[in-house]
Design a binder for this molecule. Structure first.
Ligand code: ZN
Length: 564
């Protein structure tokens, strides 16, 4: 699963982003409108320090980028069978409108605008098929569902599995086709490239993953290679294959191809290790009743901080993924756990292209210099770590239970708010202790203030947006954030420290008692958009929603004459 923070429900940003020009549902966008829709994605160059790798490892990365390009081809086909012929015809159209459509199609990986509830923007294209190209074009969802439910258990598991499409046989009956057959040629080419990369690298865990993933492309059994992916422990961290199931809007069964070819960020990994060493100390001083603290924290699931070299397929269809949690296969998760990967240079690009412009609108001039990427990213890391602190397994009326079970529909929003606000509290503790630099105290609260407007822009029908609205309103009520006469907002440097501690205490105490009633009341009262905040959101319509990355890949693209 992925798409936390920046990427969740980005579609809801569209009405805000283009509020001045609501689309006519039936009409195709004009050239000017298509250009405005495209401008919501700010072009940005993304690069990673490839030159620091030895030559052999660089060559391995070059092979992986070639393999990643194949994931793009496969993803386009998974989205729609019509994508390939449509791309050919748009490539021949040299009109300005034709070129704009081609560009936007490549951004969306199909002729439907992902930020605008999948409205088509090319003539002759119907509504986006909800089952994408995973199921027969002429089949209804109910027919496929009835057929699956009538199958013997083993066949049913295959038909509902991650790695099969459903097609019609010569007799017209449905059948499950393994990806290794459906995408045979492309996967054979990708497997060859992974094996070449495996031969080039000297790093044993990378070699092991690449050989096993190449075998999986041909056998359709991904288990061993997912386990090997969890064991990666070198400078190069590739994620390549079929992973997320969001594109299958019928059932969420079918995995879409994507790739993140990344390099481990050594400085941030070291910072993460330093923060990780402080966690028990932070838990022991949480601003809650001592009896509610956990004297022995469990092991954390691993977090990797990386810079992306090349992203492809589902990874950058519309809104770009900035963090993901994989694998999704429950059997692997039970055996090996899962790994959270943060794409630092993607986060930084979004910070530059989206968050700084938001700060330019929402903050007074004097405060804008205190918005910093280091503060932003350090808080994201602390947010992830704080999910592991505070009440989780609890006792209510003598009964052993969990916060999640007790708080039900209020649980996620409160948990996200907890991770944010206790993250601020924790960073302040570490600044006071001298673990983190004192300058962070200047930047982290103002940076957080600017980032709340970015999150709320995505809407309140999602846990992160609701959690952020709860914090913003609590801080406004406490006088820790201040609305100024010109409509901008600033931080009160004294009151914010107590406000972060108090809200941490309030949320964690509700969680510790599994108090669903209090959780519901708090969210109903605070997870709202009040008029001063609404006015700022209205002023953000010209600020980009996301980025359009240009990967700076410093080796030549694959030679066309290469034998395949
Ligand atoms: Zn979170």
């Amino acid at each position: 699963m992925k798409r936390a923070l920046f990427t969740f429900l980005a579609g809801l940003a569209a009405p805000l982003a283009l509020a001045a020009e609501p689309p006519a549902p039936a009409a195709l966008p004009s050239l000017a409108r298509l250009q405005a829709m495209t401008a919501r994605f700010a072009p940005v160059r993304l690069s990673a320090p490839l030159s620091k790798l030895p030559p052999g490892e660089q060559q391995a990365v070059a092979r992986l980028v070639e393999a990643a390009r194949i994931m793009d081809v496969l993803f386009l086909r998974q989205v729609s069978a019509g994508n390939a012929p449509l791309l050919m015809s748009l490539a021949r159209d040299e009109s300005a409108l034709g070129r704009a459509r081609l560009k936007y199609l490549l951004l969306n990986k199909g002729p439907w605008s992902r930020l605008d509830e999948d409205q088509p923007f090319v003539a002759g294209v119907g509504p986006k098929p909800e089952g994408a190209n995973f199921y027969p074009e002429d089949a209804a969802k109910a027919q496929v569902e009835a057929w699956m439910n009538g199958l013997p258990a083993a066949e049913k598991a295959g038909a509902q599995g991650f790695f099969t499409t459903i097609r019609r046989g010569p007799d017209g009956a449905f059948r499950a086709v393994p990806y290794s057959s459906e995408y045979q040629d492309e996967l054979a080419r990708a497997a060859r490239l992974l094996r070449e990369a495996a031969a080039l690298t000297a790093e044993p865990t990378l070699k092991n993953f690449l050989e096993k993933r190449a075998a999986a492309f041909l056998s359709n059994d991904y288990f061993d290679s997912d386990v090997a992916w969890m064991e990666l422990d070198g400078a190069i961290e590739p994620t390549i294959g079929p992973y997320e199931v969001y594109e299958d809007k019928w059932f969420g069964y079918k995995a879409a191809f994507e790739s993140y070819i990344t390099l481990r960020d050594e400085a941030e990994s070291a910072k993460l290790a330093r923060l990780g060493a402080e966690l028990q100390g932070l838990e022991d001083t949480l601003p809650i009743d001592a009896a509610l603290r956990n004297p022995k924290l469990g092991a954390l699931s691993p977090i990797r901080v990386v810079d992306i070299v090349y992203g492809a397929g589902d990874a950058n269809a519309g809104v770009n993924t900035a963090a993901f949690n994989l694998p999704n296969d429950e059997r692997v998760v039970q055996q090996k756990g899962s790994k959270r990967t943060m794409l630092k240079n993607v986060q930084e690009a979004k910070f530059q292209k989206v968050l700084l412009p938001i700060a330019g609108v929402a903050l007074p001039l004097a405060a804008r210099k205190d918005v910093s990427f280091d503060a932003f990213f350090t808080h994201i890391l602390m947010h992830e770590l704080m999910h592991g602190l505070g009440p989780s397994s609890i006792t209510v009326g003598g009964r052993a239970t969990t916060v999640r079970q007790e708080l039900q529909e209020f649980g996620s929003a409160l948990e996200e708010a907890k991770a944010d606000v206790s993250g601020l509290w924790a960073l302040q503790q570490l600044v006071d202790k001298g673990v983190l630099d004192k300058s962070l105290e200047r930047t982290m609260y103002t940076t957080f203030l600017a980032s709340t407007f970015r999150s709320i822009r995505f809407g309140l029908n999602e846990a992160h947006g609701r959690g952020v609205a709860l914090q913003l309103n609590s801080f406004l009520d406490a006088g820790a954030f201040v609305a100024l006469p010109d409509g901008t907002f600033r931080v009160d440097r004294v009151k914010i420290k107590a406000a972060a501690r108090d809200l941490t205490a309030r949320i964690m105490t509700i969680q510790a008692h599994g108090d669903k009633k209090a959780a519901g009341e708090l969210l109903a009262q605070m997870a709202v958009i009040r008029p001063p905040v609404k006015r700022i959101l209205d002023r953000l319509s010209a600020v980009p929603v996301d980025i359009d990355p240009r990967y700076a890949v410093d080796f030549p693209p694959p030679a066309p004459a290469r034998a395949r």
